[in-house]
Ligand binder design. Structure first.
Ligand code: SAM
Length: 254
């Protein structure tokens, strides 16, 4: 998957060299390209923002600079030797007012060959930029939660990591994705239950006996019960989304 990120802080993405994402890049599974937005400015101060129309505090990122940057990145991707010259990226613009980013959206993005991120600073990007690209390609405004960050870079890190770990070959054991909280199928709308490793007793806390039993059927049932209980306790609104068809007769007793 190719990932382009345009930002005034490309250095913010150093964590993408670490751990799973770093290995995915080394192995060519993730091709991440960072771009300095200011490279597309034309004044000595490399200005990317201006005062908001209508007044008010804060600054807004200028549409011209974003337009030039996004056009150039798209052109570079389409003219790459191995690229389809008609290919267009899926554009992702982080904003608190966007569509909530969920595991479902991560799975959707993991199927894309090319993502282009436009993280903003200040009060955000002039709204005509999303309108312009929304008419030319798929451009999504996405929120990573109901809070406000200082900039979109941290949101991009979150999204790239959630998507990157879903790409084939990134995780050692592909099954762990299927067992995760929110995974489609049996775990859709459920949180994963508690997990344990050795030793069997630590500071007086015991590992639940069933996990030491070696009985796969009982262990699977226990894990399912724990997932249901934990979700009911911490995120009851998720349980409300489960249909009768998602629950077996043992689930209904939990
Ligand atoms: N004035 C904006 C509002 O109230 O919606 C907040 C702007 S915020 C200070 C600056 C940038 O951080 C946003 O344009 C966006 O790129 C990013 N950002 C902040 N919170 C975010 C969130 N919850 N999800 C995704 N991006 C976020």
């Amino acid at each position: 998957m190719r990932v382009d990120i345009i930002s005034i802080f490309p250095e913010y993405f150093a964590p993408l060299d670490v751990s799973l994402m770093g290995k995915a890049r080394e192995r060519g599974i993730l091709d991440i390209r960072l771009h300095q937005l200011r490279d597309w400015t034309h004044d000595v101060h490399k200005t990317v923002d201006d005062t908001p129309y209508g007044g008010g505090p804060g600054m807004v990122m200028k549409p011209e600079v974003w337009g030039e940057a996004v056009d150039a990145v798209i052109a570079s991707g389409r003219s790459a030797p191995d690229a389809d010259s008609r290919a267009l990226p899926r554009m992702v613009v982080p904003t608190p007012s966007g569509r909530p980013f969920t595991q479902e959206v991560a799975l959707e993005y993991a199927k894309e060959p090319w993502l282009l991120f436009a993280p903003a600073r200040y009060e955000g990007i002039d709204s005509r930029v999303v309108a312009e690209y929304g008419s030319r390609l798929r451009a999504d405004e996405v929120s990573i939660g109901d809070y406000v960050l200082a900039g979109g870079e941290a949101a991009v890190l979150v999204i790239v990591e959630a998507v990157g770990r879903l790409l084939p070959g990134v995780l050692g054991n592909a099954r762990s994705v299927a067992d995760d909280s929110f995974a489609p199928g049996a775990m859709a709308n459920l949180l994963e239950g508690p997990v344990y490793t050795k030793p069997p007793v630590w500071r007086g806390h015991e590992v639940p006996e069933v996990l030491l039993s070696g009985h796969h059927g009982r262990i699977a049932r226990w894990r399912r019960d724990q997932a249901l209980r934990r979700t009911l306790e911490k995120r009851p609104e998720l349980i409300d989304r489960l249909g009768r068809e998602d629950l077996d007769k043992h689930d209904r007793r939990v």
